[in-house]
Design a protein around this ligand. Structure first.
Ligand SMILES: Nc1ncnc2c1ncn2[C@@H]1O[C@H](COP(=O)(O)OP(=O)(O)OP(=O)(O)O)[C@@H](O)[C@H]1O
Length: 696
């Protein structure tokens, strides 16, 4: 591989860099021309009315926006020189072709491509071709940019046996490029094992187990962009959704898809999905554990069914001078038939009057009448029929059903008997029964129960594709809630068993996928770490045998000697030392995260303030002026900073209800740094970390 070449004077036409720069300039002009073409469209003659005109104009405006040339977003980042024209028989010796790979398609005035969308099939070898499998690629070239200028390139001659394989310097530089602002895309440097997941088919679901910084979030987001490209129409109809753990995380990732040209993807937390009631209460862990258990689905199903009462008498429908009788045994048969079918409670309730009316119609026909559909509808709306339906199959409000289960010990016992033991029933019962849906102090887990009940009453709308990030923290009931939003679609599940910090954290992906309703999903593993330097990840991985025995240690694609510093200070000087470490980190470029146990955050905030250091909360955008974020350990998951200062690990551990969860929380905190981690402690470190004191 050639090292990034030293830029030669641009006037030299045979200088490859100058040629590439010329192609960039030409592509930019072509893009401008494409934009101007759209802008000059005259729609006055093609639209019949102003509504159509407005719709068309807004589509044109969107298209113009999509064709914008962003100064700091390189139009292309790679080039592929195929040995033969793609698609041509190689034996024919067809002329090789050259393609520039970028974020979007750009063509010249003749319609010939100048830049190919990274998602097009012809771009795939850019990510997958290797010396072992060159995929007909003679040369792969990666471009390096400084600001918006093309300043370097790096070549791989995949079919040259003499050229040794090397780690790309441009990849390394891209990862280490200081972070300001939200998460960015990785479209120029997606790795082969990541690309396999990104370009997986829409039909199948996939689950990715990957340690910290292996690119799970990046892969999930690029997968959505890819699927939208490959299945645009279908997904435009059915919809896509990205689920993340909390609002700050969603803010952090929200720019990635728009930067890839995808503006229509909804992003939400699980709490957003199940927001049927206002959540004002919390559960103790014992209650939350039972409420999140999949057995609750069974309890709810039984409780809902208990509202159905077998008819005790027949009904009489009076129409004009005639009376039609539906005997009790006919009604019973109808109800039994509905019960036997796999119908939602609400759908069956709607079907019931029609079934009764049908029974009446059959009698009418037998007696020589010729009733049509309108008569059937009229009978279904008859007062006697309505009254019977109400008695047999009354309407049920899902929130009221859950309210009753959690408030009424007898009702709960009647439906949880044989499913939950007595202690479990006691755990879920509210101390003070809820009076009404509005006033009850619902917890997050209760909202999920209501969502389950709602789905039993009427089917939840299913989307085309759902990406579920940080999945390891979901309870079985939450997996079910997500699963019913993609029953007819597919899912990408991303997570790390070692980072599970809820009492119900996922123990096995097979189990989780079964709750999600995607038991046939393929489980893939990512083990190459992009974020965390080797020294730091090795230190954090000392916790793995305790927090997730059997899980492979994450590697690192980057050596960064001196990236870890662990220092013990006197407890009276801890806060001051931490502020000092922040000041030192701020002398470097990029973002700084000060991570601390939640309980330590107020004191540290005051100390930073007193030192005149402005700081942000997680999810707030870093700017060149304010680059320091004060991160409560409970919100650190999924985030990253160029430099991390970690305050008092022992406090992070003891901030959690049990030691394993505490150590997992610590593992998350230790794995947020891209370029450097400083750990400051006054209390002893957990034994796994203390084994070899590390001083940097
Ligand atoms: N192929 C790649 N090229 C460049 N950067 C990459 C690549 N893959 C991942 N990264 C970068 O590595 C960092 C970590 O990625 P990401 O946040 O997706 O990891 P993760 O597996 O979700 O981590 P965590 O488990 O900690 O949430 C990000 O800055 C991401 O942009």
């Amino acid at each position: 591989m050639n090292a990034p070449s030293v830029p030669a004077p641009e006037s030299e036409p045979e200088n490859p860099l100058a040629r590439e720069q010329a192609h960039l300039t030409a592509s930019r002009s072509a893009l401008r021309a494409m934009r101007e073409d759209v802008a000059s469209l005259d729609i006055r003659d093609v639209t019949a009315n102003w509504v159509n005109a407005a719709v068309l104009q807004s589509q044109i405006d969107d298209r113009i926006k999509a064709l914008a040339d962003l100064a700091h977003t390189p139009l292309f980042f790679g080039r592929l020189d195929f040995l033969h024209a793609p698609g041509a028989e190689q034996a024919e010796g067809g002329e090789g072709e050259q393609f520039y790979i970028g974020r979007r398609h750009v063509h010249d005035a003749d319609g010939d491509p100048m830049v190919i969308d990274w998602r097009a099939p012809v771009s795939q070898p850019f990510y997958r071709a290797s010396k072992k499998d060159p995929q007909d690629v003679g040369l792969r070239r990666r471009f390096g940019y400084t600001g918006g200028d093309l300043t370097a390139y790096e070549d791989e001659h995949l079919t040259d046996p003499g050229e040794a394989e090397q780690v790309s310097k441009l990849l390394q530089q891209e990862i280490e490029r200081p972070r300001v602002g939200p998460m960015r895309d990785i479209v120029a440097t997606i790795q082969p094992e990541q690309d396999e997941i990104v370009r997986g088919g829409l039909a199948g679901s996939v689950c990715v187990q990957g340690g910290p910084g292996t690119g799970k979030t990046a892969v999930g987001l690029h997968r959505v962009a890819y699927l939208l490209y490959a299945h645009r129409e279908r997904l435009a109809r059915t919809g896509t959704l990205v689920i993340g753990p909390n609002r700050s995380f969603l803010h952090y990732i929200e720019q990635v898809l728009p930067a890839l040209g995808e503006l229509e993807v909804r992003q939400a937390t699980v709490a957003d999905l199940v927001a049927h009631v206002e959540v004002r209460g919390t559960d103790d862990p014992a209650a939350a554990l039972v409420k999140g258990d999949a057995r609750m689905a069974e309890v709810l199903r039984g409780a809902l069914r208990s509202y159905i009462t077998m008819p005790r008498e027949g009904i009489v429908v009076v129409r004009g001078s005639r009376r039609w009788r539906v005997p009790v045994y006919d009604l019973e048969e109808i109800v039994e038939e509905l019960l036997a079918r796999d119908m939602r409670y609400g759908a069956a309730r709607e079907a019931l009057p029609q079934r009764i009316a049908h029974a009446v119609l059959v009698q009418m026909e037998r007696s020589g009448e010729a009733p049509d559909d309108r008569v059937q509808d009229a009978v279904a709306r008859n007062a006697a029929v309505k009254a019977a339906v109400k008695a047999i199959w009354p309407p049920v409000d899902p929130a009221k059903l859950v309210l009753r289960l959690l408030s009424d010990a007898e009702f709960l016992a009647a439906h949880a008997g044989g499913i939950l033991d007595e202690a479990e029933q006691k755990a879920v019962l509210w101390e003070r029964p809820g009076r009404g849906v509005k006033s009850a102090k619902w917890s997050a887990a209760d909202a999920v129960l209501i969502d389950e009940a709602s789905d039993l009453v009427s089917r939840t709308h299913s989307l085309g594709h759902v990406v579920l990030d940080e999945a390891q923290d979901l309870s079985p009931m939450q997996y079910r809630a997500v699963g019913r939003r993609c029953t007819t679609g597919s899912a990408t599940v991303l997570g790390d068993l070692a980072q599970g910090t809820t009492p119900w954290a996922t123990r096995s992906w097979d189990e989780a996928l079964a709750h999600l309703g995607k038991a046939d999903a393929v489980v893939e593993e990512l083990t190459a770490g992009f974020r965390v330097p080797r020294e730091v990840i090795a230190y954090a991985s000392r916790l793995l045998p305790v927090i997730a025995p059997g899980l492979a240690e994450v590697g690192s694609v980057r050596e960064a000697p001196g990236s870890l510093s662990v220092r013990r200070v006197a407890s009276s000087g801890l806060t001051e030392a931490v502020v000092g470490a922040c000041v030192a980190s701020l002398s470097q470029e990029g973002s700084i995260g000060l991570i601390a146990a939640d309980a330590r955050v107020p004191e540290l905030a005051r100390a930073l303030d007193a030192a005149g250091l402005g700081c942000l909360s997680p999810g707030e955008e870093t700017t060149p002026d304010v680059r320091l974020t004060l991160v409560p350990a409970s919100l650190a998951k999924g985030l990253e900073y160029d430099y991390v200062v970690l305050d008092e690990p022992a406090a992070v551990v003891s901030g959690e209800p049990d030691e394993r969860t505490g150590l997992r929380r610590l593992y998350v905190a230790l794995t947020r740094a891209v370029s450097g981690l400083t750990v400051l402690h006054s209390a002893s470190l957990p034994p796994a970390l203390a084994s070899t004191e590390h001083n940097g």
